[in-house]
Design a protein around this ligand. Structure first.
Ligand code: 5GP
Ligand code: MG
Ligand code: MG
Length: 183
């Protein structure tokens, strides 16, 4: 789906399909350079990171096995609390493995901070993070994110895996959602 297919729902396209493709290639080159020759497991966080994972893993040059987790963040109202429930766990034993968490967006950072600690506790050799987007103004906890595509303002974005009410995930760009859609 393209921006013009849901034009009235969007206020601004932040990143086009082409810009995302170029950014993913940049991230992949950095990951390849850092992990050369190592056995790295990519861990995608469902469902938002599906597009990032699909494009990132194909832009990478080496062998990178992948696995998936689904987590749900318990919070009061709309806020992430950092208390996380695992809905789908990994199939892979992490002991001694280098792990790279692949994420769509870091907002408060609470979910990711929990996830990282959880994976580290499984005796992974290393746990790093690659996120396409980050909202620095929304950060509630400091997380060391090794690979970030773009820092964005504290606005709700959709597309390229990111949803509002399960919609707009299949939008090929990343855009801000018009306020009337929330109403
Ligand atoms: P955190 O624990 O960092 O606050 O929550 C991160 C999760 O909230 C993301 O993985 C994503 O699912 C969701 N999220 C945060 N910001 C946005 C946004 O701007 N748009 C969408 N669609 N989801 C978001
Ligand atoms: Mg996510
Ligand atoms: Mg969502």
């Amino acid at each position: 789906m393209k921006a013009e297919d849901v034009q009235g729902d969007l206020t601004e396209v932040l990143f086009s399909k082409e810009e995302i493709e170029a950014k993913i290639a940049e991230l992949a080159a950095a990951v390849d350079a850092d992990y050369q020759g190592r056995d790295v497991l990519l861990v995608g966080v469902l469902k938002g990171a599906v597009m990032v994972m699909a494009d990132l893993c194909r832009a990478l040059q080496g062998q990178y096995p992948m696995d998936w987790m689904a987590v749900s963040s318990y919070g009061s109202g709309t806020k992430s609390s950092g208390v996380v429930r695992i809905l789908k766990d990994l199939d892979t034993d992490l002991s001694g493995r280098d792990v790279l968490i692949v994420e769509d967006i870091i907002d408060s950072g609470l979910t990711l901070s929990w996830l990282r600690a959880n994976l580290e506790s499984r005796r992974a050799a290393s746990v790093e993070v690659c996120a396409l987007l980050r909202k620095p103004e929304a950060a509630k906890t400091a997380i060391d994110v090794k690979y970030v595509g773009w820092d964005i303002p504290n606005e709700f974005v959709v597309g390229y895996g990111l949803d509002y009410d399960e919609k707009y995930r299949n939008l090929d760009c990343i855009a801000t959602l018009a306020p009337h859609v929330y109403a």
